[in-house]
Ligand binder design. Sequence first.
Ligand code: FES
Length: 115
Amino acid sequence: MESEDTICYCFHISKRKIQNYLRLHRLRRASQLSECGGAGTGCGWCVPYLKRYFEDSLAGTATTEGLSAADYARQRGEYIRAGKGKPAPGATPLPPAECGDPSTDASQSSRSDSP
Ligand code: FES
């Protein structure tokens, strides 16, 4: 993940904005990052990442996620499609589901063509 990559897709907040907020404000709890544009208060996907950035700011370290921005967005899509969180209104749309994703598998649809 690069500085300009989005961390909170629900509220369109970049990694750079989170890190600047942490640098400029002396937060006592990771949950105070919600004051940065609502980060983490939508689907909840980004909360573990926000906590990590908060802990890094306390320790003076920098975590490398080991994820590309595309993988991060794809994993968030899987998280939401699995029913683990609901995107905030106005959130960035989910990337297309990959083949084999059970949440988009037509054979599992409850729709019936019979009356
Ligand atoms: S991606 Fe941050 S709350 Fe949904």
